[in-house]
Write a protein that binds this ligand. Structure first.
Ligand code: NAD
Length: 259
């Protein structure tokens, strides 16, 4: 259980959900975890419970990344996990016909700009040793179109592509710095709350959301964290520029499949 022993690992958006599960599991695996989030209250509380360090970080802000580089100049693992759907404040239109430019940009600023800045920080923090693992949390929405979440899907697709660019760039420099994207689907975290709502219809809405998932259930954040450990560890030193699904089999088939 010490697969990340003494590795310095930065995780963004880790106050809750998938990021928190990754931070907790990395800590259990012996890593020195720097848990970061825009939400300083929840982030500090999560870090205290896990027993790791907290640093406030808004992934959209270059200045925040510069501050982090000043206090954590060397890292072995960076997980660019922070992300938003655009529905955090309520169900505004996000289809390609009605989405506003402001809402489109707001999603891209967190998901895509944040990941770009996180990768840039990671390269700077790993170039000295010439080794490291960058994990970018994309989504199954980065691999298929999502009519009602255009900005989310486009930003996640761009994260997938940028991960490959980063992987190739680092290899080109002669470094053993790896970069991979993880593509979860339907992981039960607070991100789903605006869509699930409460009341008697909640259970039916949950079942409807995973009706097309072969394993017929939501995944758990810990199931994403388990994969992140492997990709972060020295067990995956020949894995770079690739993408891995954690989706209960969703992308293995097609809705058009005959039975
Ligand atoms: N839950 C799923 O089903 C699912 C599926 C596919 C991909 N993902 C991706 O996994 C990642 C984590 O999702 P989650 O479900 O745990 O979400 P979540 O909403 O539960 O947690 C997201 C965290 O990111 C933080 N955050 C938001 N904006 C930020 C910013 N500007 N800077 C720093 N932190 C910020 C929030 O404070 C929160 O702690 C996201 O990138 C998401 O797109 C989730």
């Amino acid at each position: 259980m010490q697969r990340l022993k003494n590795k310095t690992c930065v995780v963004t958006g880790a106050a809750r959900g998938i990021g928190r599960a990754i931070a907790a599991r990395f800590h259990d695996e012996g890593a020195i975890v720097i848990l970061t989030d825009i939400d300083a209250v929840s982030g500090a509380a999560a870090a205290a419970e896990i027993g790791c360090r907290f640093e406030p970080l808004d992934v959209r802000e270059e200045g925040d990344w510069a501050r982090l580089a000043g206090i954590v100049p060397v890292a072995d693992v960076v997980v660019n996990n922070a992300g938003i759907t655009g529905f955090e404040g309520g169900m505004v239109p996000h289809d390609p016909e009605h989405a506003s430019l402001a809402d489109w940009r707001a999603v891209h600023r967190v998901n895509l700009d944040g990941t770009f800045l996180g990768c840039r920080y990671a390269i700077g923090a790993m170039r000295g040793t010439g080794t490291g693992s960058i994990l970018n949390i994309s989504s199954r929405s980065g691999l298929v179109g999502i009519p009602g979440a255009a900005a989310y899907a486009a930003s996640k697709a761009a994260i997938r592509n940028h991960s490959k660019t980063v992987a190739l760039y680092c290899a080109q420099q002669g470094w053993q710095i790896r970069c991979n994207s993880i593509h979860p689907a339907a992981i039960l975290t607070p991100m789903w709350e605006p869509m699930l709502g409460s009341g008697p219809g909640r259970e039916a809405r949950m079942q409807a959301l995973v009706a097309d998932t072969p394993l017929r259930r939501f995944g758990m954040p810990e199931e994403v964290a388990a994969l992140a450990v492997t990709l972060a560890s020295d067990e995956a030193t020949y894995v770079t520029g690739t993408e891995i699904h954690v989706d209960g089999g969703l992308l293995a088939g097609s809705a058009a499949s005959p039975g």
